[in-house]
Design a protein around this ligand. Structure first.
Ligand code: CU
Length: 59
């Protein structure tokens, strides 16, 4: 995830999975921070994988 296109693809995928989630993308660090509203980490992980990215949990 390195550019604005990736960021919007990923945001859309996550919002499709959980429309109320708060999604914050940090392109410099290649991180996405998600505050889920109606989903859990495994559902969001699936959404990320479906969008073509590999989720790596960060504590
Ligand atoms: Cu990109």
């Amino acid at each position: 995830m390195t550019c604005g296109h990736c960021a919007s693809t990923l945001t859309k995928a996550l919002k499709d999975a959980d429309p109320q989630a708060r999604v914050e993308i940090d392109l410099r660090q290649h991180l996405v921070r998600i505050e889920p509203a109606a989903s859990d980490a495994s559902e969001l992980g699936d959404a990320i994988r479906d969008a073509g990215y590999t989720p790596v949990p960060v504590v």
